[in-house]
Every structure is written in structure tokens, then in C-alpha cells.
Design a protein around this ligand. Structure first.
Ligand code: PPE
Length: 305
């Protein structure tokens, strides 16, 4: 169950958590077009800090732009509102969910004059794929559902409706006894998890899917930069499910999932069947970075107080 916090920001005002309601005829509720972000705030020695706030707000505006939605706030106003929402809720570590949706007005597929509404909620959210998953790795199933064609799911946008596909893939994986789903693209190449990007390690090279059918994850970008700075060669390219099966290591990245090792795919152990050295190294640097313990990446943090 979701852990409540005190206030939710709605269209420029703070409202009590229990009063943060919308009308049932809110346009986005019916047709699935709304854009959102997932951001994390971590406790650091200098107080709570939001990880890569600017990049997330940029992506939110990009998502809206792709779908011809005009956000009625500036980037700066959104950044300030996010910081203020964390501050007001007096919370040290949380997940942050900005949402831009088409409001109540006309129904039908052409909501010309409906308002564009914006909300920001925060709540504590622990390990997305479980503490055990973070430490020992998870079991993944290649989904029977696929990432839609790139001209249908324009994946540079983070759009609510896309997650219908993710949900059905995840349900299938869980009902088959796995922890998470991995979707292939329309060509049959590896795309991404239901809510994560994927990396593999083979013969010392770190490889991740190219930016075609995937969301351009902020965590993905962070891991690529950290790996390059550590002298680990990184390749962005298509790869097949069998290349994943014979990889030495694999892991998922995402704001919610952080860096989660993959220990098995479709009943095949990945490497030794436990998190490998490259995964563990990158995971450990990542957690130091987000928790303000690595000066080199200080510019990625926005301090709340
Ligand atoms: N791909 C997808 C499809 C995706 O949803 C996410 C984030 C990523 C990749 C990784 O992106 P980034 O968070 O910028 O590194 N998924 C969000 C939603 C999870 C949820 O269940 O809600 C998230 O991690 O916040």
C-alpha cells in the first residue's frame, strides 16, 4: 500500500493528500493521454537531494511537446514546485510523481479547450523489485507481448497510455513466477523492461539497447556516464535475446528500480546466477552518487533545504 504524505501540489496549490481528487470525466482518465515523470529524492549528508531534477523536468516537457500538450507552467516553476513539495512534506527519501493531464471539459478525442492540469505527489517508496532483488538479482521473463512500433509508441515521451502494455507484460511475468518482464521490439530485438532499461556485460564490455524503442532513462544515462568514467567500454546497440542469455552479467536501471541485477532470464542463469563484479561496482557507485557520497557527481543533485 502507498504510504501517505501530507500535501499534494495541484495546479499551483497545495491540497491535503485525501482531497487530491479529480472529476471522473477528466479526459485523460478515458483516453490515456497524460505525461508523467518518476524522480527520486535521497537522504544525503547535506539533507534530502533530488537526483537529476533538471533532466526529469526536461523529459516531462519533451513528452508534452511530442503530444502537443502545453504545460501551463515554466520549467523553472515546475522545478521549484517539485522541490517545494518535497520540502513541505518534510520527507527525507521519496519518490516524486509529476503528472500532466488533460482535464475536465469536453469528451471525445479532440479536447480542444480542456484545461491542462498538473500535479506533483511524493511518497516513500523502497526497493521497487524488492531488497532481495537489489542484493541478489531478479528472475526475468521475455514477454509474449512486444513494445509497440516506434511510430505508435513514440518512446521519447513518457506517456501514461504506454503503460497498458507494460502492465500486461508484468502481469504475465509474475503469473509465470518471474519478477519482471522484458519486452522485445517489433523486430525481435531486446527493448526494455516494463519500467526499466536493460544493460548486459559480455567480455568486459557494457552494452545497452540503442535509443529506438526505449524510454531514454535518466538512470541509463547516469550509468553510461559512470561506466565511461570508470574506464568500462560502453556500447549502445541492438542485441538479441540469446545474446542476453549468454551474457556474463545483466541488470535493469530505472528511477524506481535503481540498479537491479538480473540473475536469470527465461530459466537460464545469467553468468554465475548472481550479481557480477561490473554490476556490483556500478550499483555501488550509483548509490554513493545519489546519496551524496561522491563529489564527482555533485552537480546531479538538487538539495531541498
Ligand atoms: N523504461 C520504461 C518503460 C520506464 O517506465 C522507465 C522508468 C525507464 C525505462 C527508466 O527510466 P528512468 O527512470 O528515467 O531511469 N519507469 C518509471 C515508472 C515506474 C512505475 O512503476 O511507476 C520509474 O522508474 O520511475
Amino acid at each position: 500500500m502507498l504510504k501517505k504524505t501530507e500535501k499534494i501540489w495541484m495546479d499551483g496549490k497545495f491540497v491535503d493528500w485525501d482531497d487530491a481528487n479529480v472529476h471522473i470525466l477528466t479526459h485523460s482518465m478515458h483516453y490515456g493521454l497524460a505525461v508523467f515523470e518518476g524522480i527520486r529524492c535521497y537522504e544525503t549528508p547535506k539533507g534530502p537531494a533530488i537526483f537529476r531534477l533538471k533532466e526529469h523536468v526536461d523529459r516531462l516537457f519533451g513528452s508534452a511537446h511530442i503530444f502537443l500538450i502545453k504545460i501551463p507552467f515554466t520549467r523553472k516553476e515546475m522545478e521549484d514546485a517539485i522541490v517545494e513539495t518535497v520540502r513541505l512534506n518534510k520527507i527525507k527519501e521519496c519518490y516524486i510523481r509529476p503528472l500532466v493531464y488533460i482535464g475536465y471539459g469536453a469528451m471525445g478525442l479532440y479536447p480542444k479547450d480542456n484545461p491542462i492540469n498538473v500535479s506533483i505527489a511524493v511518497w516513500p517508496w523502497g526497493a521497487y523489485l524488492g531488497e532481495d532483488g537489489l542484493n541478489n538479482g531478479i528472475r526475468v521473463k521475455v514477454s509474449s507481448f512486444i513494445r509497440s512500433h516506434v511510430n505508435y509508441n513514440m518512446t521519447r515521451g513518457k506517456v501514461c497510455g504506454y503503460y497498458v502494455n507494460s502492465q500486461i507484460a508484468k502481469k504475465e511475468a509474475i503469473s509465470c513466477g518471474f519478477d519482471e518482464a522484458l519486452l522485445l521490439d517489433t523486430e525481435g530485438y531486446v527493448s526494455e523492461g516494463s519500467g526499466e532499461n536493460i544493460f548486459i556485460v559480455r567480455k568486459g564490455v557494457l552494452k545497452t539497447t540503442s535509443l529506438t524503442s526505449i524510454l531514454q532513462g535518466v538512470t541509463r544515462d547516469s550509468i553510461i556516464e559512470i561506466a565511461r568514467n570508470e574506464g568500462i567500454p560502453v556500447v549502445e546497440d541492438v542485441f538479441t535475446r540469446d545474446e542476453l542469455y549468454i551474457s556474463d552479467e545483466a541488470f535493469f536501471t530505472g528511477t524506481a528500480a535503481e540498479v537491479t541485477p538480473i540473475r536469470e532470464v527465461d530459466n537460464r542463469a545469467i553468468g554465475e546466477g548472481r550479481p557480477g563484479p561490473v554490476t556490483k561496482k556500478l550499483q555501488s557507485i550509483f548509490f554513493d552518487v545519489v546519496k551524496g557520497k561522491n563529489k564527482k557527481y555533485e552537480s546531479w543533485l538538487t538539495y531541498v533545504d
